[in-house]
Design a protein around this ligand. Structure first.
Ligand SMILES: Cc1cc2nc3c(=O)[nH]c(=O)nc-3n(C[C@H](O)[C@H](O)[C@H](O)COP(=O)(O)OP(=O)(O)OC[C@H]3O[C@@H](n4cnc5c(N)ncnc54)[C@H](O)[C@@H]3O)c2cc1C
Length: 495
């Protein structure tokens, strides 16, 4: 047998898992359907001089993963500001420097400015606890051995050590809406909207939805705060570092190698068959593709227990993000850092309302990052399943609304637009392999996290097929860019 392990998908989780396995002496092959590796961690060119981080605007792998794998990754730039665009030409600039952030917040509320450092410290502690949760294997409820309960007991002890007040705050916040949670902390509408925008970033939820307290913590953890921390050379440099490290350990990455199905014999994975018809044998197979696609397309219902198939069919995927990249002619006039168009909680909730009815937000929540002349606009909400129009016609609508809305808050922007490249939720599915355009391989909602991710009882990376595992963002530890689910899966396989 040529390969010990085949990884399906060269996103960062697949590459992290591959590196841990290769480091442990396994012979590893990573197969990627696209012509370029990286999954959502790609720096791509959309024309001469129009190179951009196509999807994710910044990324940080967990520091222990960087250290374990000896990755050579440029430190991301801290210190960038998070600027909220408000009505009436006002702006709330939340700087990474606490003193400057407090001064800016004080213009809206002296009380909130006082509370800001305490809030940041609390969010950092809550994020650290969430990180510990993502490292902890969840038990297979309702039946689990005592030994499986020990890590959970350790986690509860960590929660207890947060102290009486924070312990309850963290647990309560998870099920709260961002609107309620920010209301517990702040009185200023502008600041509450600024924080709530991060809570709904990348998910099909509004700031009044239950569980956006949890998504706030999740995004805070993965981003390291409110603002993106861009990396010199773009996020693709992380992918390149992972691939270099893998090659130096004897692993291999093949692009333009779409896996059609996992070869299974006697309830055991034996390798994969590519779309080209080529068959590649391996002792183990790990999929970094989303769990629903993995189970229903790559494995197939015939190989799985009926109840498991039903559960896999029920995984909720809800893409709602489009990305509009604009090459400007040098006069876009936008400040550095992360810009959030989130004037109020009500504005954000109304933007989300459209998605409930299969419509594109007329007044969208935008998050904007700039890199030289290129302006990247994250557009929410643009639902994958549109009700009255198809995505080919809707592409122009998203493009226009993104540019017009940003121009309304940053006058002069539109006049600087030279070239545009738009990625719709349909493109996310067809080009980037994300079923229903769902960035997280499954919505980050309360009934799809922790021991219920990807399916109740199956959060420990193993599957009903022997020798077949999951390691992508749809498993406990994901989504987001962190490498946690890739690392965890490799550890399970090695143990
Ligand atoms: C615009 C945007 C904003 C985001 N913002 C946030 C955020 O704020 N917070 C957050 O937590 N997360 C966010 N995310 C989500 C985050 O980027 C993902 O959760 C993460 O990148 C998933 O990484 P992955 O390695 O698990 O999967 P991916 O990067 O999706 O990689 C999976 C790979 O598998 C490949 N593949 C699929 N099927 C096959 C097959 N049959 N054969 C071979 N290869 C296959 C795909 O082509 C892909 O390369 C955002 C994503 C986007 C796009």
């Amino acid at each position: 047998m040529a390969w010990d392990v085949i990884l399906i998908g060269a996103g960062h989780n697949g590459l992290v898992a591959a590196n841990y396995l290769a480091k442990a002496g396994r012979k590893v092959l990573v197969l990627e359907r696209r012509n370029i590796p990286g999954g959502q961690l790609v720096t791509e060119s959309f024309g001469e001089g129009f190179s951009v981080d196509a999807l994710h605007a910044s990324a940080q792998l967990r520091p222990d993963i960087v250290a374990d794998l000896g990755l050579r990754i440029e430190a991301s730039r801290a210190g960038a500001a998070y600027t909220c665009l408000l009505d009436g030409g006002k702006r709330l600039v939340i700087d990474a420097d606490p003193a400057r952030a407090r001064a800016a917040i004080a213009e809206f509320s002296a009380r909130d400015a006082e509370r800001w450092p305490e809030f940041v410290a609390f969010m950092d502690r809550a994020a650290a606890f969430l990180d510990a949760t993502y490292r902890t294997a969840m038990p297979r409820l309702p039946h689990f051995a005592l030994r499986e309960g020990l890590p959970l007991a350790g986690l509860l002890w960590k929660l207890r050590r947060l102290g009486g007040r924070d312990m309850f705050r963290v647990v309560r916040a998870m099920s709260m809406s961002a609107e309620e949670f920010t209301g517990d902390w702040f009185e200023s509408a502008a600041l509450r909207a600024a924080v709530s925008a991060l809570a709904i970033h990348g998910v099909t939820l509004g700031p009044m939805s239950a569980g956006t307290g949890f998504t706030l913590m999740h995004n805070w953890l993965n981003r390291g705060g409110l603002a993106h921390r861009p990396i010199a050379g773009g996020v693709g440099t992380i992918t390149a570092a992972l691939i270099d490290a893998l090659k130096s350990r004897g692993g291999e990455v093949r692009t333009a190698a779409e896996v059609r199905n996992v070869m299974i014999d006697g309830q055991r994975a034996r390798g994969v068959r590519l779309a080209s018809g080529e068959e590649i044998a391996a002792s183990c197979v790990i999929s970094a593709a989303d769990p629903r696609h993995t189970f229903l397309q790559l494995v197939g219902a015939a190989e799985l227990p009926p109840e498991f198939v039903w559960q896999a069919q029920s995984i909720k995927l809800r893409g709602c993000v489009a990305k509009v990249h604009v090459e400007a002619d040098g006069r876009h006039g936008l400040p550095e850092g992360t810009l959030a168009l989130a004037p109020s909680i009500r504005y954000l909730e109304r933007a989300y309302d459209a998605a409930k009815y299969g419509e594109i937000s007329a007044q969208p929540y935008l998050e904007v990052t700039t890199s030289g002349n290129v302006v990247s606009i994250h557009f929410q909400f643009a639902p994958y399943a549109l009700r009255h129009v198809d995505w080919e016609a809707a592409r122009a609508v998203v493009e226009q609304r993104a540019i017009d809305t940003l121009d309304a808050y940053c006058p002069g922007f539109k006049a600087a637009v030279a070239r545009v490249h738009t990625i719709t939720p349909r493109d996310l599915e067809s080009d980037y392999g994300l079923s229903e355009g769902d960035l997280n391989h499954g919505q980050l909602i309360l009934d799809q996290i922790f021991f219920m991710r990807p399916l109740p009882g199956w959060s420990k990376h193993a599957t009903p097929i022997d020798g077949f595992y999951l390691c992508g963002g749809g498993v406990h530890g994901g989504g987001g860019i962190s490498g946690a689910s890739g690392r965890n899966a490799a550890k399970v396989l090695l143990s």
